[in-house]
Ligand binder design. Structure first.
Ligand code: GLP
Length: 182
């Protein structure tokens, strides 16, 4: 409904969802969108969300260029408590947001060093990022994880209870949407 608070991810997986939201041109549905993660020193993910989201949505950004990154994490973390819906993608190593292994349920919103495999998968020059912590993600009223078909291998790890994404199994309202193999 109008005014719902949602956490939205970046990446290739949700691009079709954003297209559907833009094309839903009935003027209804105006969400408060909270950014999931951002590279330190960058506005890349904020720019992505600004580009992909209908312009009538309010966007609550992470300032990856803040001088006091710890304070920026604390500020954004306070804003992101108990949202109505959190939509997530999943990294090839099972990360959610940038909660790299071995993040767990207690991981706070913080600056993280990216796993070398993530730097390679994302083809990015950045080595550090701010991510909402799994602890805050788990306060969401509902969580939906979207997995493209190229994530089938890591999903086996998730089902086995390994990787950070497996922490979501403890949430009472979590849904996994997986694209079927070709
Ligand atoms: C990045 C983001 C994640 C995202 C992941 C998967 O690492 N930090 O939030 O879920 O990429 O991206 P893709 O959907 O392009 O596979």
């Amino acid at each position: 409904p109008d005014g719902s608070r949602v956490i939205f991810p970046t990446g290739n997986t949700p691009l079709k969802m954003y297209q559907v939201l833009r094309n839903r041109d009935d003027g209804h549905g105006c969400f408060q969108v909270y950014q999931l993660d951002e590279y330190v020193g960058s506005t890349e993910y904020r720019d992505y969300l600004k580009r992909e989201l209908p312009s009538r949505y309010s966007l609550h950004c992470i300032d990856g260029k803040a001088t006091d990154l710890e304070e920026e994490c604390a500020r954004h973390d306070r804003a992101c408590q108990q949202v109505d819906l959190c939509i997530l993608g999943i990294g090839k190593n099972g990360h959610i947001g940038f909660n790299e292994p071995p993040s767990n349920e207690a991981s706070p919103t913080r600056v993280v060093q990216l796993d070398p495999s993530t730097v390679e998968a994302n083809q990015t020059p950045h080595t550090h990022a701010i991510t909402l912590g799994i602890r805050t993600i788990l306060t969401s009223k509902k969580i939906v994880v979207m997995a493209h078909r190229n994530k089938h291998a890591v999903l086996q790890e998730v089902y086995a209870g390994r990787t950070p994404a497996a922490c979501l199994a403890h949430h009472p309202h979590v849904e996994l949407v997986v694209e079927s193999p070709p």
